[in-house]
Structure formats: C-alpha cells, structure tokens
Design a protein around this ligand. Structure first.
Ligand code: DAH
Length: 360
C-alpha cells in the first residue's frame, strides 16, 4: 500500500516538474508505457488470487487514474505555455515604419501604377470599379455583346477556349473587359458609371502583343447619356492621365458589334527624336475604341433602349503604360526581371493622387 502511495507521489512530482511536452511524454512512458512502473504493477494482478486481485486492482487502477488525470492537466498547461511563448516571440509590431530596404528596393509595376492612376482619375469623376472573372462564358464575352454565333468579328479575337462541357457550352478566357459591362448591367440598376480594369487574353505574341494583357472598360448608362458626354470624359481623362494642360483628339467612325455608332479615338502627339509627346505635334496615335451602347446589348442585359442610353469605351492598359513611360517592348513587362522593374517601377509610397501628381 505504502509502495503505491510512494509511486503516486513520485509520479505526480515528476509530472509537475516536466518543463515541456517532450519531458511530460517521458514521464508518461515511464509510468504508463508498456514497460512503465504502473503497467508493471497491473501485470502482477494476473498472479494474485481473485480476492487479492479485487482489492489491489482497485487501488492500482485508482493510482492509474490519478496519474492519467495529472498528465492531461499538465499537458494542457504546457500547451498553453508553449503557445504563449510562441505568441510572444513571434509578435510583429505593426506600428513600426517600413524597413528601409523595402522602400529602396521594392517597386510597383508600371501596370499597377497605371491602374491606380486610372482609378484615381475616374473616381474623381464619380466612377466606381466593377470586376468580372478571367474565365468567362461565350454568352457574356460574345453573344450578349451582339456578336451572334458565327459572326466574323468573333474570329478576330483569337480566343483561348476551354474544352466544351457536357451540355456543349464552352468557357473561354475573356478576350476583352467588355463582358464586365454585361455583368454590371445585369446586376445594377441605372444610373451606372463604372470602369472595369483587368486581365484579358488572346492567342497572339510579338513585340506589341502578349497572350495576356490588360484592358480597362468604361461604361455609363443613364437616361439621356450621349456622345458629347463621352467625348468630354475621354478628353478630361487624357489630359489628367498624360498630365498635360490640353490635348487634341480625333474621333473616327469605326465598327464594334456592341456599339452603334462606334468610334476610334486618336490623340495628337509629336514623335520628334523617337520620343512621343502629347499635347503637341502633328502626328496622331490611336488610343481607344468607344461608342454608344448598341440597343441589342441593352436589351440582352435587361434594359429598355427606349428608356436608357449609354456609352462605353475600351483601352489597353499596357499600351497606355508604354506610351506614358516610354517602354518599348510589351513582352518585357511580364518577364518578371527585377532589373527591368527597378528601372521602370514606382516607389511604393508614392501613391498617385490628382492633387499631388499622378506619377510622382
Ligand atoms: N472590347 C474592345 C476590344 O477589345 C474594345 C472596346 C471598343 C470596348 C469599343 C468598348 C467599346 O467598350 O465601346 O477590342
């Protein structure tokens, strides 16, 4: 009996003294493991008479219970202690200023910079941002935008298609940001004023084309919206974006299935010495496509063309970045070369603002 009490005292002492979970596991194995002290006691029961076994068995089992309970409690305490230690040692002081190294070496990619600039300019005109998925349905990318099945304009998009689903429909990588127009008209009530920047994909690659590129779409749906509003918005945008006091723009008739009339816009520039400058010169450079939203598109998106009109435009963000920042090869933009980025990138804390200057 006194042996059992001594063993219990000793075990409980060892448990209390275990400084971490590994030490505690050692104590457990020494007591309750196959060759442990308590297991050894239990194995003596087999040689006892039934009466003895009944009396001794109860005592040994009580001892085992006490030790097991103490182990469980100590384990919980040690676990908590370990967690607290980790939380203390891994604390991050988020009020610290950024390290010098990230400010001097980290750079914002020109595409992200231009997206921030676009957002700043259009937010000031009351636009919000709309987004859609890169993997689109044929319906949203083409059909509802008034590209009927088999329409030749579909072929011009060099589309990446996914394998057809069981029902015959095919998903695709969106070839333009225009499907976000459809999504926006289906999910919001006019008046609508959104821009939709994002990734787009076409099977094409050379100095001025990459299979993945970026576009920004603009959409306004409002009673009485007309081409004059569109023209003003684009003019204000170009002045703000290229950071010049005035720009001459030329609106040429064009064709897009989803707009009627459709227009392409050129801005005046000079190319003296191979350098493009806006707001001066006698050359013209095409920068975007736009037009009044086609009545079929309005109808396909649940709007009555008798009640609402609207206009839309689409521009290549990569091209805007190349023009503004003198980048000559589009492909380099997506090669992930840090030397390129440290040359063309922007300091992380120089966020574009209209008051403080867009490009620092
Ligand atoms: N989605 C066209 C393209 O990728 C660009 C575009 C043209 C968008 C005219 C428009 C628009 O919203 O009105 O070529």
């Amino acid at each position: 009996m006194s042996d059992l009490i001594a063993l219990e005292t000793e075990s409980l002492k060892a448990i209390a003294a275990a400084a971490d979970e590994a030490a505690l596991e050692n104590v457990r194995v020494n007591a309750l493991g196959k060759k442990g002290t308590i297991s050894a006691l239990l194995s003596t029961l087999g040689k006892m008479s039934p009466d003895e076994r009944k009396a001794e068995g109860a005592k040994i089992n009580l001892l085992k219970e006490h030790v097991t309970e103490a182990l469980v409690q100590r384990k919980a305490v040690l676990k908590n202690m370990a967690l607290e230690h980790r939380l203390k040692s891994e604390t991050i002081d988020i009020s610290l200023p950024p390290r010098d190294s990230s400010l001097t070496t980290g750079r914002v990619h020109p595409i992200s910079q231009v997206m921030d600039e676009l957002t700043t300019i259009f937010a000031d005109m009351g636009f919000s941002i709309a987004e859609g998925p890169d993997v689109e349905t044929d319906d949203f990318n083409f059909t509802r935008l008034n590209f009927p099945p088999g329409h030749p304009a579909r072929e011009m998009h060099d589309t990446f298609f996914f394998n057809p689903a069981a029902d015959g429909t095919r998903k695709l990588l969106r070839t333009h940001t225009s499907p976000v127009q459809v999504r926006t008209m289906l999910s919001q009530k006019p008046p609508i004023r959104v821009i939709c920047p994002g990734r787009t994909y076409r099977c094409d690659s050379d100095q001025t084309h990459t299979p993945m590129f970026h576009q920004v779409e603009g959409l306004v749906i409002e009673k009485g919206a007309h081409l004059g509003h569109l023209k003003w918005i684009l003019q204000e945008f170009c002045k703000a974006f290229f950071e010049v006091p005035s720009v001459n723009m030329q609106f040429r008739p064009s064709f897009f299935p989803f707009t009627e009339p459709s227009v392409e816009v050129d801005i005046q520039c000079s190319r003296k010495g191979g350098e493009i400058r806006f707001g001066e010169g006698t050359d013209w450079l095409e920068i975007l496509g736009c037009g009044m939203v086609h009545p079929n598109v309005l109808r396909n998106c649940g709007l009555d063309p008798e009640e609402y009109t609207g206009f839309a435009w689409g521009m290549g963000i990569d091209r805007l970045a190349m023009l503004k920042y003198g980048i000559s090869d589009l492909r380099q933009m997506f090669e992930g070369d840090v030397r390129w980025l440290s040359h063309y990138g922007f300091k992380p804390l120089e966020t574009p603002t209209l008051a403080g200057g867009l490009s620092g």
